[in-house]
Design a protein around this ligand. Structure first.
Ligand code: MN
Length: 232
């Protein structure tokens, strides 16, 4: 089909053990999904899950064994890291997926960083404004290679950790998520039709903090490939 301008490229992630890539459609993110992180942000940790989104082209894909660079973004002086388990949806997707069937829609898992302009997010919260300026900026979603669920099974527990310059700053277990992956898919699909290519960033544990240009972030989750990001 002819277009009046060149169509945008399809953003994609590498898949472990496979030459073909996973094309990204949407990125859904879960807010405050670990009790200790909710508390460090000033909340009880007892809320229903809520969601925000990042654009697909915010993804910074990281191949196996690679260190990716992310530019320190403009319009912030308080860039925060949030290490998260990322779920890739294979489909069929759709609306009103029951938690008991949710795992059938999962293609696989990766580790990712929900990079956040915390100063801008804080202002938005205070003023009752949208979060995009704080969450949905260019390069705000570095994500590693996806491991297919067919290889690793359903990921229900396992350590999740972030090191900044070799110092552990976030350390928890994905079993501590308030809403597990099946519940997240059920809640999300009550409000949006999930589709193949969707990613879900499942929330971060406690220990979020600022990073500076020159820092190296090493994210790990369960047996998933590590994600290494250098901020430039
Ligand atoms: Mn997050």
């Amino acid at each position: 089909m002819p277009y009046v301008i060149a169509p945008p490229a399809i953003v994609s992630l590498p898949v472990v053990g496979c030459a073909d890539r996973f094309p990204v459609r949407r990125i859904y993110c879960v807010g405050r999904n670990y009790v200790e992180h909710a508390q460090e942000m000033g909340f009880s940790g007892r809320e229903a899950p809520f969601f925000f989104m990042k654009p697909a082209d915010a993804v910074v894909p990281c191949a196996l064994g690679e260190t990716v660079e992310m530019a320190y973004p403009p319009a912030t002086t308080n860039l925060h890291h949030e290490v998260e388990l990322v779920v890739a949806i294979a489909g069929p997707g759709g609306r009103d997926i029951a938690p008991e069937r949710a795992h059938e829609h999962v293609f696989g898992y990766a580790v990712g960083l929900d990079m956040t302009r915390r100063d801008r997010q804080g202002e938005a919260k205070k003023q009752g404004r949208p979060w995009e300026i704080g969450k949905a900026f260019d390069g705000s979603a570095p994500i590693g290679a996806i491991v297919p669920a067919a290889q690793c099974g359903e990921l229900l527990d396992g350590p999740i950790e972030l090191r900044v310059n070799d110092r552990v700053v976030q350390s928890s277990d994905i079993a501590k998520m308030i809403w597990g992956v099946r519940d997240i898919i059920a809640h999300l699909s009550a409000a949006w039709a999930l589709s193949p290519g969707d990613l879900i960033m499942t929330g971060t544990p406690e220990g979020v903090g600022a990073v500076a240009a020159g820092d190296v972030l090493l994210a790990r989750c369960a047996m998933l490939p590590e994600l290494t990001v250098r901020v430039r």
